[in-house]
Design a binder for this molecule. Structure first.
Ligand code: SAH
Length: 325
């Protein structure tokens, strides 16, 4: 039994069955605080870890927004759940090249990942909570952040819970599941409020669906394989598909403007991933094959290209990020 499972069983014995939301929150807090989950030897690989081009194109999109908004000197780069800091490093290299000199603010709860980020991004500022971001124009990105925030599951309008049965953890009910995520709505609303007040643009990339729909999307990943959601709590990544319609609604309710949702593949192609890969291949012919494979992994609909979606939100006074309809 994992250390967290022991603690959760005690909690359930004392307080009764726990909601899926509380279970997911407890598992991911423990999971991210105790390891670097990324890469071949970890549990999963994210887009910025596949190729530097991903972060470079995000940086180019943010730099372009910033310039078209008049290049405000007080704007900051902000990122939610920056992992190893790879996306920020690649994005900021491009943004610095475009003249951006702003501070770097990172939202990260995991002390372990914060250490890795400090090595990649010396001089950055860290915060545990979104509401600690300074009141300045934002150039913000979040890749695979929203999917890790806890969701609620309801069956027939009744909260789904986790209990101990037959010696193991089990769900208290099955049936058609409706998922919502107050934590995600709150995170997006908080960014939308900052944008509406101080200006800026934010890009959210994650796997999920464009329209709200019922269905159970909670999943566990460990060692690059799917695992049972209730097995080994705290030792595997728990995520669920992001409802991009709910993201757009939360942003709009906070006074920001949301773009259409586009697939990651389409967005990266519109931003010029192929030309960038060709330029890098010409400069490093021995890397051409690996670059081609990386572009394929990021854009192909058989890989990440279609499942992953992108939405941008911005303040009424700022332009929409490039790559959206
Ligand atoms: N964006 C990175 C890492 C994705 S993994 C990449 O693309 O490689 C999810 C990240 O979100 C990790 O850095 C994790 O520690 C962080 N995270 C998860 N839940 C969080 C929360 N509630 N608040 C802040 N950060 C969180």
């Amino acid at each position: 039994m994992t250390p967290l499972e022991r603690a959760l069983r005690e909690r359930i014995a004392a307080d009764g069955p726990m909601t899926v939301e509380a279970y997911m929150e407890a598992c991911n807090n423990y999971y991210y605080a105790t390891r670097d989950p990324l890469g071949a030897r970890g549990d999963f690989t994210t887009a910025p870890e596949i190729s530097q081009i991903f972060g470079e194109l995000v940086g180019a999109a943010l730099a372009d927004c910033w310039k078209r908004a008049g290049a405000p000197a007080d704007a900051i780069y902000a990122e939610l759940g920056p992992g190893r800091g790879t996306l920020a490093s690649d994005a900021l290299r491009v943004m610095r090249g475009a003249g951006f000199r702003g501070e770097v603010h990172l939202i990260e709860t995991s002390p372990h990942l914060r250490d890795l980020q400090e090595q990649a991004l010396p001089g950055a500022h860290w915060h545990e909570r979104l509401d600690a971001l300074p009141a300045r124009p934002l150039l913000l990105v979040a890749n695979e952040f929203l999917d890790a925030l806890p969701i609620r599951q309801q069956v027939g309008g009744i909260e789904r819970r986790v209990l101990v049965a037959a010696g193991g953890l089990a769900f208290d009910r099955d049936g058609e599941i409706v998922e919502t995520s107050p934590a995600r709505d709150e995170a997006v609303a908080s960014i939308g409020t900052c944008l509406a007040a101080k200006g800026g643009a934010a890009i959210f990339i994650d796997y999920g669906h464009e329209r709200s729909a019922p269905g159970d999307t909670l999943q566990a990943v460990r060692g690059h394989r799917y695992a049972a959601v209730l097995a080994d709590p705290g030792e595997q990544d728990l995520t669920s598909h992001v409802d991009f319609q709910a993201v757009a609604n939360a942003a709009r309710a906070a006074g920001a403007i949301a773009t259409d949702v586009v697939t990651q593949g389409e967005w990266l192609i519109r931003l010029g991933i192929e030309a960038r890969a060709q330029a890098l291949s010409r400069a490093n012919p021995d890397r051409a094959e690996a670059l081609h494979a990386a572009v394929n992994r990021l854009t192909s609909s058989h890989q990440m290209g279609s499942l992953f979606k992108v939405i941008a939100i911005h303040s009424p006074g700022w332009p929409a990020a490039a790559g959206f309809a």
